[in-house]
Design a binder for this molecule. Structure first.
Ligand SMILES: Nc1ncnc2c1ncn2[C@@H]1O[C@H](COP(=O)(O)OP(=O)(O)OP(=O)(O)O)[C@@H](O)[C@H]1O
Ligand SMILES: [Mg+2]
Length: 256
């Protein structure tokens, strides 16, 4: 079962790999390109709301509630953001990741709702740094997965473990799932180690899939801190330039 709205999952089991920064900023770029975007925060850290400056009120329903309240309609938990065309389905910060049970189809079922199909063109899902049932739920609902990684020798093993899970999901549960690409983040090509890791990823998974990276830019961290996507915080920065280019590339890749 799947949502009729296409779903892009951002994932890497390693913490601090840039997942949330990519999720928030790429969603804002897609929204600026006139797509109606629903960003789903599957990580109970709740950082997507922080990065978008969305205040979550007490009692606000969250995406995680589907694991405990099967009758919840996700559309009723959708929050507005200050960005035109961009909506957020927030996380529940009190959710324990072990509480997602072992039903991998929970999210896919909840997304297969006419009201979601009517209101959105694309769903982007930010995921926690884990290989658990929450990630399997995201992958079961997904059309594509994008893997940001910090080009550092330690990240290569994490990417390899995730790819093993992706191939298992593709072969046994969700044949429509495609790896959209590997995205080096916090790059600086002058650092030799960065080049080596990206070469390793390219060698293992194919040159076509390694996308142009997002360079290190302190403005990206600052933008997050004030609850704004980079395109609004510092439109002329390196980070804004890289995310704009990435969005153009991904829109093309998702058409294929
Ligand atoms: N290109 C970049 N340049 C500078 N800082 C960055 C860049 N990308 C991400 N960061 C910073 O790196 C840190 C980790 O990024 P982020 O929170 O996006 O990673 P994550 O994979 O979502 O982490 P977690 O696994 O905890 O959810 C943040 O402080 C963020 O502001
Ligand atoms: Mg995160």
């Amino acid at each position: 079962m799947s949502s009729s709205v296409p779903v892009l999952v951002i994932s890497n089991r390693k913490g601090g790999a840039g997942k949330t920064t990519v999720s928030v900023n790429i969603s804002a770029e897609f929204a600026a390109a006139k797509q109606r975007i629903l960003l789903i925060d599957l990580d109970s850290q709740g950082h997507c709301a922080v990065g978008l400056g969305v205040k979550i009120s007490a009692g606000q329903a969250a995406v995680h509630d589907i694991f405990t309240s099967p009758t919840l309609r996700l559309i009723d938990a959708v929050c507005e953001t200050s960005i035109h065309n961009l909506f957020l389905l927030p996380a529940n910060p009190a959710f324990q990741h072990g509480d997602s049970g072992n039903d991998e189809q929970c999210l896919a079922r909840a997304l297969a709702d006419k009201s979601i199909a009517e209101q959105f063109d694309l769903i982007v899902i930010d995921t926690p740094p884990s290989l658990d049932n929450l990630l399997l739920n995201a992958l079961a609902a997904a059309n594509w997965v994008l893997v940001p990684y910090v080009p550092h020798p330690l990240s290569f093993e994490g990417v390899r473990q995730l790819v093993r899970v992706l191939f298992k999901v593709i072969s046994s549960r969700n044949p429509k799932l495609k790896i959209l690409g590997f995205l080096p983040v916090m790059t600086g090509n002058h650092v030799r180690q960065h080049r080596q890791t990206t070469e390793q990823v390219t060698k293992q998974f194919g040159a076509l899939r390694v996308l142009n990276g997002i360079r290190t830019d302190i403005k990206l961290a600052e933008a997050f801190g004030v609850g704004k996507p980079i395109r609004l915080y510092a439109a002329k920065s390196r980070g804004a330039e890289d995310f704009s280019e990435l969005a153009t590339t991904l829109i093309q890749l998702m058409k294929k």
